[in-house]
Ligand binder design. Structure first.
Ligand code: UD1
Length: 371
């Protein structure tokens, strides 16, 4: 029997950690399933893409669409136009898309229109905030997908409320945690905080890149001032996303931060380095989805600088709290006093390192029933 081909799509930084365990699990069942990795090229800098392939041991993608940056419409359209002929040529049995970036929604749409079955990994998450481009991508992708692989029970509930058929919803757990568990030892060995010269559990690890936080000058100014006040109390380590660097430069805040004692600005960092900093931080202050999950799992107090989160389980089952620019300084102070309570905070069910295996088992099951 020839193996069925499964095309796995990655486009932007947070996707790479999600596809790595899926590719590995597919490769282990190469008797039945054959994986093809597609990189859309939404993220393309060495620091935003190549370093993740190295850290995660991901093989060279079989297909690279080389899309690059642009407006939402331009980028989404480019991914669609470049993905369509690849899909026509390869004609896989399944396309798997992950997360909520523009590449996710674009490839899901192309696939369903060519009658290729789509599985969405990390389905069902909702912030209920349609001003976020990711929320639109989640809604579109879930609406057209045949299988919805969810990370947690709240996601199943969201999908049921939207009237999604029960047989499409597959609670498999969190693939980000699959990657975290196989990477933690190597990440810890990197001890990035030592290289930077900040004490273990004696610094705040900051990442900010959401348009809602960084694209507006007065909002960004308030964030910069709050970070400076926090840094007067505890060192701040802040790897700067390209979007954020552009905005800091444009509004004239880059120098201010660079010259603030106790603020360490870094270039974007790889997966192991980020995990190393998360593990060693006293507090994580972020607007990233992945960091909310990683810090929740590691029980590191996390403050999410957003009015909402599509990952409420990181609050109910972890150490995450929402914060605002006005409250940020006080919240950091309170979080510094919070201890890491590994024993008493439960890890969400199925965040156990085997989510990708469950995805592959489901695909095999579905394929069996069709044959
Ligand atoms: C994208 C995702 C977001 C994810 C984030 C992680 C969407 C809608 N957004 O946002 O969900 O959390 O990635 O990083 O898909 N740039 C570079 N080098 C790169 C990539 C981008 O310099 O390799 C610069 C470009 O100037 C670009 C800007 O960063 O215009 C923003 O990149 P883009 O992919 O459009 O959105 P992100 O903000 O990265």
């Amino acid at each position: 029997m020839t193996p069925s081909r499964v095309m796995v799509v990655a486009g932007a930084r947070p996707n790479f950690m999600k596809v790595a365990p899926i590719i590995r699990a597919l490769d282990r069942r190469s008797d039945r399933l054959q994986a093809t990795l597609v990189h859309t090229g939404q993220h393309y800098d060495a620091a935003m893409s190549d370093v993740f392939f190295g850290d995660l041991g991901l093989r060279e993608p079989e297909e690279n669409l080389g899309v690059g940056s642009g407006t939402h419409a331009w980028q989404t359209a480019q991914v669609m136009m470049r993905f369509e002929p690849v899909l026509e040529r390869v004609r896989p049995a399944w396309v798997l898309v992950v997360g909520d970036v523009n590449s996710t929604a674009a490839c899901a749409l192309v696939s369903v229109k060519l009658n290729v079955r789509v599985g969405h990994v990390e389905a069902g998450l909702r912030s209920f905030d349609r001003s976020m481009p990711e929320e639109i991508n989640r809604l579109v992708t879930d609406a057209v997908s045949d299988l919805l692989f969810t990370p947690s029970a709240d996601a199943d509930e969201n999908l049921r409320h939207e009237g999604v058929a029960e047989e499409k919803i597959k609670l498999v757990g969190n693939v980000m945690i699959d990657t975290l568990l196989v990477s933690l030892e190597r990440a810890r060995a990197r001890a990035v905080h030592e290289a930077i010269g900040v004490p273990r559990q004696g610094f705040v690890y900051v990442t900010l890149h959401r348009p809602g936080n960084v694209d507006d000058g007065s909002g960004l100014s308030a964030i910069v001032e709050a970070l400076r006040r926090i840094a007067s109390r505890v060192p701040v380590v802040f790897p700067v996303h390209p979007r954020t660097r552009q905005r800091l430069q444009q509004f004239g805040f880059l120098d201010v931060l660079e010259t603030t004692p106790s603020v360490r600005l870094l270039e974007p960092i790889g997966y192991h380095d980020s995990l190393s900093l998360t593990d060693a931080a006293a507090v994580v202050l972020t607007d990233s989805g992945g960091l909310q999950e990683e810090s929740a799992f590691l029980r590191v107090p996390c403050l999410t600088l957003r009015p909402n989160t599509e990952r409420p389980i990181t609050i109910s089952h972890g150490s995450n709290r929402l914060t605002t620019v006005e409250r940020m300084e006080d919240d950091v102070r309170a979080a510094l006093a919070r201890s890491r309570d590994r024993e008493n905070t439960p890890v969400p069910p199925l965040w156990d390192g085997h989510a990708a295996e469950r995805i592959v088992e489901t695909l095999l099951d579905v394929t069996d029933h069709r044959e």
